[in-house]
Design a protein around this ligand. Sequence first.
Ligand code: DQA
Length: 148
Amino acid sequence: MPKLVYILNGPNLNLLGKRQPHIYGSETLADVERDCATLALELGVQTRFLQSNTEGQIIDWIHQAREDGAGIVINPAAYTHTSVAILDALNAFDGPVIEVHISNVHKRESFRHHSYVSLRADGVIAGCGTEGYRLALRRIVTLAGADA
Ligand code: DQA
């Protein structure tokens, strides 16, 4: 059985491609999902690509990853800067975690410079556009290994 990597997306990322394209680009989340699935095949892992606008749903998926996930790629979106609850959930997950931001949060408003999730993440990728997801997936596979 190939290892399963969760790729979790927080609020408003369902609007990717339509929302502030000068910041987040024109690719949709479906495009990102497709690109990640293609890369996952190449890397010999499975991906579960999920998005929610609700904090509790993201926490429930992190809990599920405790059961069957080898690693987590997470773009917590605005919850990055606010959610101790997502940090706590990630702290209860044993595998590698890579945090992704499409935009370079450090070039933006100061409230985006702090991340609760970075206190847990093994790596952080910011400002690489949607390519950041594929970079993160490669890193998760390096950390978690490809086979069961
Ligand atoms: C984001 C950056 C966050 O500050 C913002 O709230 C998002 C997206 C990014 O991918 O660049 O919604 O996580």
